[in-house]
Write a new protein. Structure first.
Length: 259
């Protein structure tokens, strides 16, 4: 079933459509940093593209909060990007070894929002149950996003587009991808898993991101590599064909373990 946005999962723990954030009181057509409460952490976008970080090699994504349904600013506010949904011409196509894939039919500039990875927002127990019920022939679409808060807590979001989702479910993994994922919040603390262009992308190119979630597509660390090697017997081969291919798809061992 196609859905442009994420929906509440089978366990019903969270509703991604619920509005819990207060809106800004800006009366201008587009909000500015000094006066908008939604931009208290800094400007998010520049020319409809994700604003570059001061250090391009920064390891983590900064928080992104867009203006929401309760904000008084106009619909053309430049702090409303991901919520506008898909704006590009994309095509689902059959790859040689990776099953279905997704490619762009037009040029995409670096930093441009491409699409959301939308699906059912699950709790940990349901995400673990679905993962463990899969066979080696099944495709695993479940993605686990962990955000580390300033007080040491970790916020987890599990999204599964297996049964309900959008074109994001057709994005394949690559060890040298042209996209990266950033959690973007609009109406509530439940993030939209937004995928942005990591570099300029030419028309006809296949779109891909790193399933392990490495921000800015930084090289895999020695620690991550060693921890992965011990689990190779359970993992699926990677066919991305890049020079830096790790031979296996990333996987989240926590979804296979029990509490």
């Amino acid at each position: 079933q196609y859905s442009p946005d994420s929906v509440a999962g089978a366990d019903g723990d969270v509703d991604p459509t619920e509005i819990t954030f207060p809106g800004c009181s800006c009366l201008t057509s587009s909000c500015v940093v000094d006066t908008c409460s939604c931009l208290c952490r800094g400007e998010n976008y520049k020319g409809w593209c994700l604003r570059p970080t001061e250090e391009e090699e920064e390891e983590y994504a900064r928080p992104v909060f867009e203006c929401n349904a309760l904000c008084r600013c106009g619909e053309n506010c430049q702090n409303r990007v991901v919520q506008r949904g898909l704006q590009l011409r994309l095509e689902v196509f059959k790859t040689e070894k990776k099953g279905w894939g997704l490619r762009t039919l037009e040029f995409i500039a670096k930093g441009r929002f491409v699409c959301e990875y939308a699906g059912e927002v699950l709790g940990l127990d349901e995400a673990r149950r679905r993962t463990q019920a899969q066979t080696s022939q099944d495709s695993n679409y479940i993605i686990a996003v962990r955000e580390h808060l300033h007080d040491g807590r970790v916020m987890e979001t599990f999204v599964d587009p297996t049964y309900i989702g959008n074109v994001g479910r057709f994005l394949n993994h690559s060890c040298e991808p042209n996209l990266f994922m950033v959690p973007v919040r609009v109406d509530s603390m439940v993030p939209k898993l937004a995928v942005f262009a990591a570099t300029d992308i030419s028309a006809g190119e296949e779109l891909s991101f790193d399933y392990s979630g490495r921000f800015h597509n930084l090289s895999i660390s020695n620690r991550e590599q060693k921890s992965s090697e011990g689990d190779n017997r359970l993992r699926k081969p990677c066919y991305c064909g890049s020079r830096m291919c790790a031979s296996f798809l990333p996987w989240d061992s926590s979804l296979f373990s029990t509490p």
